[in-house]
Design a protein around this ligand. Structure first.
Ligand code: TGC
Ligand code: FAD
Length: 407
């Protein structure tokens, strides 16, 4: 009996060790998830292993955006998971959304960009601020991946300071006339629709839905990126574009409208970045066990163990942060500074983990045989977009002191 118990205990210890270290869940956060969350995670994890991981290195090396992934994301339910099912969304909670972003970014941040822009930055504003006709026209096609969308806020001269934007539209009676340009826009070169933020004649910001094919609207691609190479990035150029009046988002105006979209997307990034960190950590842990130097696996050296222990510590803290933030999002209680803290912290630790994991791989770490360099380069964009590392610090500083230090 006792031998049997001993055997069971050894087996449990062994499987626990595999679970907690291979898919790091050191504080048993799985116990806080529902069966539905776990099913969603395993479906997306299998999808990423089958449809992204085997090809991503090649796509990134060739700077190729695999457009066919758009339909596949639609089929697996990666677009608009929190949008109600009547509009084609998943009708899921925010923890499910976070898990989906985490698993996709475990594959690649650029792939997660495609999904989070579509869900949080295109479908969310159309659902939240759109008319019923706009919801019915666009959301089902965006959810299924029939259409790809993009979000135009940043301009060549207005990045961290979007309220200074100069893109504008004039009321021409039966239509609006849109002029200006947006820069650094994820998905833009292949997008069918763009949610564009522009000022009216009084200087108030509104969202407009611009469709590919409208005269005067073009989407030149940005080349030469060292980061997010499997994601298509480009500009949005508006040269006297006639936008039908029914394409204005009627539900909210002012900078607060795009900022609400960013709250949702930044939340997804907090989860996503930890997916990339987990991928780096797992690769480093395996490599350290296999690579022999001085007659021993490098995992036996204290300095390597320090790196692994610190990676696991930061991943675990970030996972707990994500879970709690997800609960607050579900309750409608998450504040912008809380989201900033998680986005800022998690992307920062993911970048550090990618660098440390790369070091553990020695020279091999710079090759495409391992994922760290790709994750590291991707995360250099992630730490900049959706509000830079320092802008999120200032959002927190403002919240702590009541004094905005932006200008
Ligand atoms: P500020 O004076 O603070 O606010 C102006 C108005 O906006 C309201 N507001 C919000 N409302 C709701 N939710 C929020 N989260 C809000 N944040 C601000 C605010 O109440 C105010 O309203 P009102 O009625 O009083 O006028 O604005 P500011 O001009 O001082 O700027 C503040 C700052 C710097 C924090 C902000 O603008 C900022 O976050 N800058 C960073 C810009 C940014 O994140 N851009 C992201 C572009 S999209 C992108 O990167 C997509 S990448 C996607 C991918 O590939 O995954
Ligand atoms: P700047 O605002 O010029 O900042 C430069 C530096 O100055 C940063 O370090 C910044 O922190 C610092 N700085 C600026 N202001 C202050 C201040 N007040 N105090 C202290 N430091 C300050 N935008 C979209 O609208 N849609 C997209 O889909 C999109 N996708 C992107 C994809 C990629 C690959 C990249 C790289 C960017 C994308 N962006 C997108 C743009 C992104 O949001 C901006 O790059 C970001 O907001 C920073 O703006 P900027 O690049 O103009 O930098």
């Amino acid at each position: 009996m006792s031998t049997q118990n001993g055997k069971e205990a050894t087996q449990t210890k062994k499987s626990l060790k595999q679970d907690v270290y291979e898919q790091p869940d050191f504080y048993a956060i799985d116990d806080l998830l529902t069966e539905e969350h776990k099913l969603i995670r395993s479906a997306i994890r299998d999808f990423v292993k089958r449809d992204i991981s085997p090809y991503i290195e090649d796509w990134a090396q060739r700077a190729h955006f695999p457009y066919e992934i758009v339909k596949k994301f639609g089929d697996i339910g990666a677009f608009g998971p929190t949008v109600p099912t009547e509009y084609g969304g998943g009708g899921l909670d925010y923890i499910s959304y976070g898990i989906i972003m985490q698993e996709i970014e475990r594959g690649d941040s650029g792939m997660r960009s495609t999904a989070s822009v579509q869900g949080s930055l295109v479908m969310y504003p159309i659902y939240k601020f759109g008319s019923e006709a706009q919801r019915k026209k666009y959301l089902p096609k965006l959810a299924s991946g029939e259409w790809l969308g993009c979000f135009g806020l940043t301009e060549p001269d207005h990045g961290s300071n979007p309220s200074g934007m100069v893109t504008n539209f004039k009321d021409m009676g039966d239509h609006y006339l849109l002029n200006g340009a947006k820069m650094w826009i994820s998905n833009s070169p292949r997008a069918d629709v763009a949610v564009v933020w522009a000022k009216d004649e009084s200087g108030r910001i509104h969202g407009l839905i611009v469709e590919r094919g409208m005269e005067g609207f073009s989407t030149p691609e940005t080349h030469g990126k060292w980061s997010l190479r499997a994601s298509a990035t480009g500009e949005l150029v508006f040269d006297n574009v006639k936008v039908p009046k029914e394409n204005l988002l009627p539900g909210k105006s002012g900078l607060g409208a795009p900022m609400m979209c960013l709250d949702s997307a930044r939340y997804g990034i907090a989860w996503g970045a930890i997916g990339a960190a987990m991928d780096c950590y797992e690769s480093a842990r395996r490599y350290a066990a296999e690579r022999v130097q001085f007659g021993k696996p490098i995992a036996s050296f204290q300095l390597v163990q320090k790196k692994l222990a610190e990676m696991l510590t930061e991943i675990t803290k970030a996972q707990l942060l994500n879970w709690r933030l997800g609960v607050l999002m579900n309750e409608g209680k998450a504040s912008t500074p809380q989201i900033s803290l998680a986005k800022r912290n998690n992307v920062h630790v993911a970048l550090e983990i990618a660098r440390e994991a790369r070091q553990i791989h020695g020279g091999m770490g710079i090759t495409g045989e391992y994922p760290m360099m790709r994750h590291m380069m991707n995360l250099e964009s992630v730490v900049t977009y959706e509000g830079t590392h320092d802008i999120h610090l200032l959002i927190l500083g403002n919240n702590i002191t009541g004094i905005p230090a932006f200008s």
